[in-house]
Structure formats: structure tokens, C-alpha cells
Design a binder for this molecule. Structure first.
Ligand SMILES: [Zn+2]
Length: 89
């Protein structure tokens, strides 16, 4: 089966662009996510019902380097970036 990248909520294609690639904590996803499905960042925020904070996102390459919106929210420090690389290598 092909992985479905459409947002379960608004139906946009989440693999277009980089804004909808992100990783939130398991706790948040269990509460506001859609299980195995995808949610665009905008819809996730709507379900969350508040502004994102740095703590909502897990340290991963997507959040720190790929997604410009999330990167802005997290604004990872040099140290955080380094520890992420260490973890991945
Ligand atoms: Zn959506």
C-alpha cells in the first residue's frame, strides 16, 4: 500500500514543500494527531488549539533543519544542533 501523504483534515498534499514535515512529541501526537495518518502543520495547530512551543517538537533533522516554520519556532542553539548530529552519527 502506498503511504498516504494527504492531510486527514484539510486534504492538502503534505509532501509538497517543506512546511508540513515535522515531528512532535509522542504525547502530543497521541492526543492531537491522527495515528498513522498525516496532518499538515496548520491543522495540527488547529487541533492543538494554541501556539506551538519549542517543547512540542522532538529534536530531529526535519525540525531543526528542513522545515523553515518549525526551525523558526525551535531556533535551535549551536549546542542543540551538535547534540542532534552526535545522536545521528
Ligand atoms: Zn491540513
Amino acid at each position: 500500500m502506498k503511504w498516504d501523504y494527504t492531510c486527514k483534515y484539510c486534504g492538502i498534499d503534505t509532501k509538497k514543500g517543506k512546511d508540513n514535515f515535522y515531528g512532535v512529541t509522542e504525547e502530543l501526537w497521541n492526543q492531537y494527531g491522527v495515528g498513522e495518518g498525516m496532518l499538515c502543520l496548520g491543522c495540527f495547530k488547529k487541533r492543538l488549539g494554541r501556539e506551538f512551543t519549542k517543547e512540542d517538537f522532538v529534536p530531529c533533522v526535519l525540525n531543526y533543519f528542513v522545515n523553515p516554520i518549525v526551525k523558526d519556532i525551535i531556533n535551535p542553539t549551536e549546542e542543540e544542533r551538535k547534540s542532534l548530529w552526535k545522536k545521528n552519527n
